[in-house]
Design a binder for this molecule. Sequence first.
Ligand code: CP
Length: 325
Amino acid sequence: MPTNSSSPHLPFGENKNAEWYGKDIISVKQFKREDLEYIFGVAHEMRGMVERVGTFDLLKGKILANLFYEPSTRTSSSFTAAMERLGGSVIPINEVKYSSVTKGETLTDTVRTLECYADVIVLRHPETGSAAIAAKAMRKPLINAGDGAGEHPTQALLDAFTIREELKHFDNLTVTMLGDLKYGRTVHSLARLLSLFDVKLNYVSPDILKMPKEVMDEVKEKGISQNEFSSLDKVLPETDVLYVTRVQKERFENADEYEKVKGAYVIDPAIMQAAKQKMIVMHPLPRVTEISMDFDDDPRAAYFRQMEYGLYVRMALLAMVLGKA
Ligand code: CP
């Protein structure tokens, strides 16, 4: 990627011929393995730039509209930080109740409004498929920051980048996903994305929170080994990446069902004695009780590092869709 001092592209204009210029990022299904290598390469350079200079003017003059219909700490603030570290600015709409949405404005009218003022929109919305609908109404790029129980593609990209930065490769890894695999959009996206590599996937969940068949069928088509379990015991010793998720109370229609499964799994130092020494524990966060805070100081606890990798991946994605990478 171009840097401040050496790039012929900086600080002028954008490369409209760049592959990702003007594109929406809606689903991980858009990505091939070589795209991931490219994104990870740019994200790795972004990491180096942030460590060396902190902030630089790659996207000076560009504006991001951060439109969140659902709560967010990491995705919202890391996109804001990414834009500002690249010299751009942000229109924050983190609480749509203070916008014209409360007057009944539709999603498509809202994004068509914001693209009059911004160069790119990041959208989080509670309905599956909403990001694709919004993108279709727009001329400028839209990045899906989570659509209901559908997908969270930038989270999957930062998850995969975390695995690459921490373990240096993907092939022959055993990745175990644990918890709410039914409603967890992060695991839907990550399972699809990892199917581009030669990995083995284990799914551990209560019976009512299993990985959706639709996702498993897509992953199966890629020839990836997938196995389902209700207990972690059998698979923990072989696991290279343990991806823990929160049971998402807000997605349950029946509160009794949530009560039955809310504390199904808790990762703590005692349980982790059965795991490899060279492995990582990830979590998209926020967590509730599914990872004990006693485990946070273990070197295998990668979830705080994972959040930081999200900044570099989101810097890379903004630069790409705005023609600067
Ligand atoms: N991982 C994630 O999407 O976190 P937020 O809900 O805080 O954005």
